[in-house]
Ligand binder design. Structure first.
Ligand SMILES: Cc1cc2nc3c(=O)[nH]c(=O)nc-3n(C[C@H](O)[C@H](O)[C@H](O)COP(=O)(O)OP(=O)(O)OC[C@H]3O[C@@H](n4cnc5c(N)ncnc54)[C@H](O)[C@@H]3O)c2cc1C
Length: 391
């Protein structure tokens, strides 16, 4: 192999691309990662809230954990609050910038070559060719890990949809927050998106929202929220981070010719929360095993197994999350308030605490159907639609 030939070329040194690159490099393949930015991980485009499952699906040293999360306050539009919590941590708030850099370094330590400041301009997925500004690279397999605006995904003719997100780092200047709790706020004007306050310390927090609304309007909603919120009024905005979240399409192709897509480039995000790290890491592992198998046996058609395994593992959960999301989007603020009140009256906080999971909503929905709770909090037609998913 000459210096411009690789077994695998990964486009994008985000967390998912770097994790994939590490897996294939440690199997002994010759791997290149091309990253258009000069520095991995910046600017921050993440709230950094991860379910505890993160520790099962990737390496996470304690130094990147800012806080352990034990619970959440869920706020309705007129501020009925559900308090859901567990004794053991349900998730973590991460230093995402540090963690992205760490994952990229791990891939390099395992032998991957990382090329920063290298924007991939276009690719030929039939022949395995990657075109950068001044050079051409060839690879047996090209991996699109290039995020929501993936140029690799464009070669798949997938229709892609994204929604906008805005996040501010705020300082209240006093002891305001419990650092092991997050606050989530629903409101029909941003549904099925939501607002979050994720404390980093007693006085600082990441405050943001995502919704299918244009950026300017989204920023206005966030500013108004901060001005009126009981914890945030009079706080100082230290930083502003815009961001984009892909809309999950679990039916889309993630394998074509010599190319595969992973992470945000494959719209592998949870429909309910837009979170993409855990599902991205799981898919990076599946993809790495399949890519290694295809290269080892010199049979590129094996790549299709990645798509099959991904669909098999995630189709049901993603379908349920899409239905939950559609249901939320159809409720107005009166519906949301009455739903929260009914949940409170029926002592559902305990059930949500027990069955709720940041990463998988199906166990909770299933329990709500079993106990009849779903039918009492939602209009009949919607609860029937959701329960039919199990038939
Ligand atoms: C405001 C916000 C809050 C979020 N909060 C959470 C959360 O709390 N929990 C969670 O799990 N997820 C969250 N997410 C989602 C999460 O950040 C993404 O799912 C995750 O970053 C996806 O990782 P990735 O490696 O697939 O893509 P990315 O992190 O987007 O990385 C893609 C990389 O590819 C590079 N690239 C792009 N095009 C090219 C090119 N042509 N050539 C070379 N390089 C290229 C980019 O520079 C980038 O470094 C949030 C997202 C936003 C916007």
């Amino acid at each position: 192999m000459n210096m411009n030939e690789y077994d695998v070329a990964v486009v994008g040194a985000g967390p998912v691309g770097s994790t994939f690159a590490r897996y294939v490099a440690e199997k002994g393949l010759k791997v290149a990662i091309f990253e258009k930015k000069k520095e991995v991980g910046v600017p921050l485009q993440c709230a950094g809230l991860l379910g505890k499952k993160i520790k099962d699906v990737n390496i996470l040293p304690d130094e990147y954990i800012i806080n352990e999360v034990h619970g959440a306050y869920l706020h309705s539009p007129s501020n009925t609050i559900l308090n859901v919590n567990k004794k053991e941590p349900v998730g973590y708030v991460l230093d995402r910038i540090g963690y992205d850099k760490y994952l990229a370094q791990l891939a390099v330590d395992k032998g991957a070559e990382l090329f920063l400041n290298h924007r991939v301009e276009h690719i030929d997925i039939k022949n395995g060719e990657i075109f950068l500004k001044n050079k051409k690279i060839t690879a047996e397999v090209i991996v699109g890990a290039d995020g929501y605006s993936s140029i690799i995904s464009k070669e798949f003719n997938n229709t892609r949809e994204n929604v906008q997100a805005v996040q501010y780092l705020v300082d209240t200047g006093k002891d305001t927050f419990k650092t092991d709790y997050v606050h989530l706020y629903v409101d029909s004007k941003i549904s099925p998106g939501f607002l979050w306050i994720i404390p980093l310390s007693k006085s600082t927090a990441r405050v943001g929202l995502f919704a299918d609304i244009e950026y300017h309007e989204l920023s206005n909603i966030l500013k108004e929220f901060i001005t009126n919120n009981e914890y945030l009024k009079d706080s100082t905005i230290l930083k502003k981070y815009p961001g984009v979240i892909p809309v999950n399409n679990y039916k889309q192709d993630v394998v074509k010719d010599r190319s595969i897509l992973i992470g945000d480039a494959a719209s592998q995000v949870k429909p309910t929360t837009g979170g993409g790290l855990i599902i991205g890491f799981v898919c990076a592992k599946i993809a790495a095993d399949v890519v290694y198998g295809a290269i080892n046996s010199e049979d590129i058609t094996i790549l299709k197994n990645y798509q099959e395994q991904y669909h098999k593992m995630y189709k049901n959960e993603l379908k349920i999350q899409h239905e939950v999301q559609k249901t939320f989007a159809s409720l107005n603020n009166d519906d949301l308030d009455s739903m929260f009140l009914k949940l409170k009256e029926k002592n559902a906080e305990e059930m949500i605490s027990k069955y709720g999971d940041i990463d998988s909503q199906s166990p909770l929905v299933k329990e709500m159907i079993k106990t009849g709770l779903l039918f009492s909090i939602l209009p009949k037609i919607l609860s029937r639609k959701i329960s039919n998913l199990w038939k």
